[in-house]
Design a protein around this ligand. Structure first.
Ligand SMILES: *[C@@H]1O[C@H](CO)[C@@H](O)[C@H](O)[C@H]1NC(C)=O
Ligand SMILES: *[C@@H]1O[C@H](CO)[C@@H](O)[C@H](O)[C@H]1NC(C)=O
Ligand SMILES: *[C@@H]1O[C@H](CO)[C@@H](O)[C@H](O)[C@H]1NC(C)=O
Ligand SMILES: *[C@@H]1O[C@H](CO)[C@@H](O)[C@H](O)[C@H]1NC(C)=O
Ligand SMILES: *[C@@H]1O[C@H](CO)[C@@H](O)[C@H](O)[C@H]1NC(C)=O
Ligand SMILES: *[C@@H]1O[C@H](CO)[C@@H](O)[C@H](O)[C@H]1NC(C)=O
Length: 343
């Protein structure tokens, strides 16, 4: 504090001035885009009043965050009782990074401009009662979209699940489209377009067809959940190349074939394996005991036979095991909270 012998009081004043100096207020243009979003709502849960009463600077509005240049970077309006349409004017906010509109009751669809924004990296519109198709986006632009997290789960989206759209999303890390009414197939080129994909949840839809072999290219994929759909065919051997998988879950589909123990052990990071409620046949793969991190195993309600592998007691982390034998019509459930489990 004695540099240049500046008196402490002057220094303190200087520090105070820096702290108090106003950051740039939002631009007229940015404010206009936010007001256009507001105008698209039929019920705003008091948002208009709150914004009007708080400040003329939109950077100080509820749910809005700006950067030092007065440009909006975040719109965070989850659970605000909003109804009406999501205006595409949000996509005009050129510095917008995070959008969270989850748990509101919108109607209509998701403006495609938000998904193909040149700035947005996190878009969460889960539990928003959005409907209609998710349009296939044109892959005309040459630059990649920055979107990393897309949560469109628990809406009422229907029609064919987009396939080409993901090719432009080189940065996508998490895609949750579960609990909608999507039809069609699991996009086959998902990880070719999005090599960083770590989470893919497509549960509770009406997807059909085979599991694409190209999912084996998903080298970063940790969570793959496509249960409660209408998938058919076998588990392709390629999928065992996705060795980062910790959570592999395809329950309640129409999958069949035998589980090859030699392949399953390649997924040495698995914590959860859920293939219950399908038509898998053959013996329980003994090699499952080599999945040392396994915590949950569900193979119930299939057409598998043979003994429960005694080797399972070597999976020291195993907390839940649901295996049924349906060669007889009796289902035997093995449930354990800690090994050794009982039948
Ligand atoms: C959005 O907000 C909800 C509610 O606060 C929260 O649970 C969710 O994690 C947020 N989404 C993201 C991507 O951060
Ligand atoms: C939506 O998904 C993202 C990515 O998994 C997650 O961070 C976020 O919390 C989810 N939103 C809600 C409301 O659960
Ligand atoms: C996807 O979102 C649903 C809610 O819509 C949530 O229950 C589920 O856990 C999410 N999936 C993952 C893998 O986080
Ligand atoms: C599915 O979405 C509905 C709302 O659309 C919600 O009430 C329900 O809890 C969701 N189910 C799951 C498993 O997330
Ligand atoms: C499921 O797929 C089969 C063909 O694989 C088809 O015959 C059946 O109608 C589908 N069921 C539903 C509910 O879509
Ligand atoms: C558990 O693993 C040990 C060491 O690999 C082995 O000797 C033993 O036979 C295994 N137990 C079972 C039940 O397979």
């Amino acid at each position: 504090m004695h540099f240049f012998n500046v008196p402490t009081a002057v220094l303190q004043l200087f520090v105070l001035l820096i702290l108090a100096s106003p950051t740039t207020a939002c631009t007229k243009q940015e404010k206009c885009y936010l007001l256009r979003f507001l105008a698209g709502l039929s019920r705003d849960g008091g948002l208009a009043t709150s914004w009007r009463d708080s400040s003329t600077d939109c950077c100080e509005w509820l749910g809005i965050t700006c950067n030092g240049d007065g440009a909006v970077t975040e719109v965070s309006l989850a659970s605000r009782g909003l109804e009406g349409r999501i205006s595409r004017s949000l996509a005009d906010l050129t510095s917008l990074l995070h959008v969270n509109l989850s748990y509101n009751s919108f109607s209509g669809g998701l403006p495609p401009e938000l998904m193909s924004s040149r700035s947005i990296i996190v878009l969460d519109v889960s539990f928003c009662q959005l409907n209609g198709p998710l349009p296939e986006l044109p892959s005309l632009v040459t630059t990649d979209w920055p979107l990393q997290v897309l949560n469109i789960s628990s809406n009422q989206f229907s029609s064919e699940f987009p396939s080409a759209t993901w090719k432009m999303m080189k940065n996508l890390i998490a895609l949750n489209a579960s609990n909608n009414s999507f039809t069609g197939q699991i996009p086959s080129s998902l990880c070719l377009g999005s090599p960083s994909l770590a989470l893919l949840d497509l549960c509770y839809n009406q997807l059909s067809g085979d599991i694409p072999t190209a999912l084996g290219d998903c080298s970063k994929l940790k969570v793959l959940k496509v249960g409660h759909n209408n998938l058919s065919g076998t588990l392709p051997v390629e999928i065992f190349c996705a060795t980062s998988l910790e959570y592999l879950s395809f329950p309640n589909n129409a999958l069949q074939g035998e589980l090859d123990g030699a392949h399953i052990v390649k997924l040495s990071n698995l914590l959860t394996l859920d293939l219950g409620g399908n038509s898998f046949s053959g013996n329980f793969p003994e090699s499952i005991d080599q999945l040392r991190r396994l915590e949950e195993l569900h193979l119930g309600s299939n057409k598998m036979s043979g003994e429960l592998p005694s080797t399972l007691s070597n999976c020291t982390h195993l907390k839940t095991t649901l295996i049924s034998r349906s060669t007889t019509s009796v289902e035997i459930w093995a449930i354990s909270t800690s090994p050794p489990f009982k039948v």
